[in-house]
Design a protein around this ligand. Sequence first.
Ligand SMILES: Cc1cc2nc3c(=O)[nH]c(=O)nc-3n(C[C@H](O)[C@H](O)[C@H](O)COP(=O)(O)O)c2cc1C
Length: 202
Amino acid sequence: MHKEIEPKIMYFGTPVVLISTLNEDGTPNLAPMSSAWWLKNFCLLGLGKLGKTFENLTREKECVLNLPSSEMVAEIDRLACTTGKNPIPEYKVNMGFEYVPDKFGRAKLTPIESQTVKPPRVSECPVQLEAVVENIHNVGGTNSSLAAIEIRIVRSYFDEKILSSEKRHYVDTDKWHPLIMSFCEFYGLGHNLHPSRLAKVF
Ligand SMILES: Cc1cc2nc3c(=O)[nH]c(=O)nc-3n(C[C@H](O)[C@H](O)[C@H](O)COP(=O)(O)O)c2cc1C
């Protein structure tokens, strides 16, 4: 039996991405997000336009997409309800958000220099993708507060610990444990379910 409901959110379970961007004064900002999907070396990010990350991406056109492992859940949760935007947008004040200028310090994470873009990578993240903004699309009309940001990945770094020992340039999916957000709750992935026919051809 199905019930018709009007869900407040539709976050069905996607990996968390920690985006580092550069503030106007040259310091880094760091924000967790999970509305991201991937297409070859492109990524589409669903972001609120009132956040510091959106402001920085619009101005600088550069970022690093850092993918945390499930073991990093405590660090990610420390960044929940924080913003690098000052003053804090009214709707976030009402939700109890806090202005935090040093997000790396708050999360207890380490910035390391990137090679092709100015924002730093997050040293502890097993996947670090340096990227540039190609396009910014409005979602829900010009006056809406949501955007889809088209990102092109220019350089990728993967921790050796998650790489396949047999096939170069491949991730060993038994070693990669992404942090998943499902309806605002944190999860890890379960075990491998079934041999994949698609994996055989790629
Ligand atoms: C795990 C997690 C996932 C999130 N996913 C998104 C998202 O997909 N899109 C978005 O706009 N905000 C998302 N947020 C909320 C942003 O992190 C929040 O708006 C934050 O204030 C942005 O920081 P900034 O203003 O410094 O950019 C998420 C927060 C958490 C903790």
